[in-house]
Design a protein around this ligand. Structure first.
Ligand code: ZN
Ligand code: ZN
Length: 96
């Protein structure tokens, strides 16, 4: 089960939210939902670092870094860092 409920995915430019459809085409010709694989083509395994907002289902057509589509990551990371800082020192330290 996903524990990342605080993460939202939408276009950093126009806030269009992926609707679960296969709107992205890889250079190998495969068409799939890039957010299901975090930007990796399931056919040729090419890792896309950028994602274009598809104009067909209502997006703006702007290409942005894939990571920029995820919102709430900073909060999640900050939370993890906070937890680590408050953990007893002995737990975080490697054996001497
Ligand atoms: Zn591909
Ligand atoms: Zn957009």
């Amino acid at each position: 089960m996903a524990t990342d409920n605080s993460i939202e995915i939408y276009c950093p430019s126009c806030h269009w939210e992926p609707d679960g459809g296969a709107h992205w085409q890889c250079r190998c010709g495969h068409v799939w939902d890039t957010f299901e694989t975090a930007g990796t083509c399931p056919q040729c395994r090419y890792r896309w670092r950028v994602t274009t907002c598809p104009s067909q289902p209502g997006g703006c057509g702007v290409t942005s870094p894939h990571i920029d589509w995820y919102h709430g990551l900073e909060a999640l990371v900050a939370e993890l860092v906070e937890e680590a800082l408050h953990a007893p020192a002995a737990i975080g330290c490697p054996p001497a």
